[in-house]
Design a protein around this ligand. Structure first.
Ligand SMILES: [Zn+2]
Length: 494
């Protein structure tokens, strides 16, 4: 896998948003939930403000750093602008050696993220309940669990709540991998764990329901050769084929191991990250997917704009039926099951709202179509934050395994941060389970190991203060979330 090519952060968006009607007409699709879009935009602004306030706050601090009551003054500025205080040791020596703005910038990035995690229930309260697709809808389509593996690209972090409009729940799992190349062995373990829960009565009403595995690759319609998936060298066909090969691999693995018919159902989705519209690949009667049998929701949006609600719904359902029964290229072996069809129709309809969200709030196409992440998360991601481009995620248990993904992250941040004199903030995060004795300590030890290994991999950046790693842990079973773990020396009080 070539994960280090085709990265750029400077983009000139091309002027072709999905809705191009004149100023006298409006881009209002009958199936779009405008109220939900408003609520999601308020959330987006709120989360964004926690990060965007950092730079100006630090600039202010920098002005006052040689004043007599600097520490008190600095804490007040931080409280007013960021809603939290700064670590004393980063402020106290400012009069001698100058303020370490690079370290403060990283600290604030981690701390603002922690703030988003801590306030998640409050922040998301307005839209969580009214989001389009809930657990009961997924269950009505015949699925007890949906496990989604998008690419770990920051532009797909809004996949669940924004792009697919799926309400976060106990039965929906998101685990990102570079290039959507999920780890088949780990997925078998996830599936088996869920099966065990189901068989032991932990998932009531799930007897007749199935497990659904979704892979989500991505591409850029306005700059396909450069702003697509870095893990696949911005080659969309390669991204599709690779994701599909993983899905088929998982199916084969479980069928071969546990008997034919045991395997989960699979679904492949593509995301145009410029405008957040999706492509869905339609499974046939056997559940098989063909790269040539898909439906492009951006096109459906345009074609059904201006129709009334019922007409638009019928139009979309007819379009799906037509693709499904196409002959020749991409021809499948019969029609998909009714539950799968309902799920696909639900996802398409829900995504229309996101297409219009981008039309309404981002001028039809994101201003920054490329990378604009705030930090790198290495280890295991938290699913609390649902928003585009907040962090680049490198899924790893050891740095040796995840080195290629980390290198891509460092390359992205060389452009985003180092070029501007800022350090690369790396949050090393792992989950433990308070149900498992000793798990917390083991995860802290792992965090320390990984942090050391990351610093050893980029010794030059580390030595020059351009790499700031912060370890954090969360409890899978309890309430502890994103607790920062200090270095051993620091924890022992110097
Ligand atoms: Zn990607």
């Amino acid at each position: 896998m070539n994960v280090s090519t085709n990265l750029s952060v400077e983009n000139v968006p091309s002027p072709e948003p999905v809705c191009t009607v004149g100023p006298s007409q409006s881009c209002r699709h009958a199936l779009v939930d405008a109220e939900l879009n408003d609520l999601l935009y308020i959330y987006e602004e709120l989360v964004r403000s926690r990060f965007s306030a950092i730079t100006n706050t630090l600039k202010k601090l920098s002005i006052y750093q040689h004043e007599l009551d600097f520490v008190t003054h600095a804490q007040r500025i931080a409280k007013d602008n960021l809603r939290y205080e700064l670590p004393l040791d980063l402020l106290e020596d400012a009069w001698v050696s100058g303020l370490n703005l690079r370290a403060l910038h990283s600290y604030c990035t981690f701390r603002s993220f922690k703030e988003c995690v801590a306030k998640v229930r409050f922040d998301q309260a307005s839209w969580r309940e009214v989001n389009a697709l809930h657990t009961d809808y997924i269950q009505s389509c015949g699925y007890h669990t949906v496990n989604i593996s998008p690419c770990s690209d920051g532009r797909l972090q809004g996949l669940l709540s924004f792009i697919l409009r799926l309400a976060p729940s106990e039965s929906v799992f998101v685990k990102s991998y570079a290039g959507a190349m999920f780890d088949i062995e780990e997925d078998i373990a996830n599936w088996a764990h869920r099966e065990l829960e189901r068989l032991s009565g932990g998932l009531p009403g799930s007897e007749e329901r199935n497990y659904l595995k979704i892979a989500a690759y991505h591409y850029s319609s306005s700059n396909p050769g450069h702003e697509g998936c870095a893990a696949h060298g911005s080659d969309t066909n390669k991204a599709i084929e690779s994701a599909l090969a993983r899905l088929n691999g998982l199916r084969a693995a479980i069928n071969n191991t546990y008997g034919r018919g045991a395997a989960p159902e699979i679904l492949l989705i593509g995301v145009d990250t410029d405008i957040d519209s999706i492509c869905i690949y339609l499974p046939d009667a056997n559940g098989d997917i063909d790269p040539d049998r898909y439906i492009d929701n951006g096109v459906l949006y345009q074609q059904s704009l201006g129709m009334d609600l019922e007409a638009a719904r019928n139009y979309i359902s007819d379009a799906v039926a037509k693709v499904e029964s196409q002959s020749g290229t991409g021809q499948g072996a019969g029609k998909m099951a009714a539950g799968m069809r309902n799920l696909i129709l639900g996802l398409l309809e829900a995504n229309l709202s996101q297409i219009e969200f981008v039309v309404q709030y981002h001028a039809g196409r994101y201003a920054v179509i490329g990378h604009n992440e705030r930090f790198i998360c290495a280890g295991e991601a938290m699913n609390e934050l649902h928003l585009r481009n907040k962090f680049y995620f490198a899924h790893l248990r050891t740095v040796e395994e995840g080195a290629a993904h980390l290198d891509v992250g460092i390359k992205i941040f060389t452009n985003l941060n180092i070029k501007h004199g800022l350090a690369v903030p790396v949050l090393v995060h792992y989950h433990y389970s308070s149900n498992v004795p000793g798990s917390r300590e083991r995860m802290i030890a792992r965090g320390r190991r990984v942090k050391k290994a990351i610093e050893a991999r980029y010794p030059d950046l580390h030595a020059r203060g351009f790499l700031n790693c912060q370890i954090a842990i969360s409890d899978k079973a309890g309430t502890e979330r994103c607790t920062f773990i200090e270095d051993e020396v620091k924890a022992a009080g110097h």
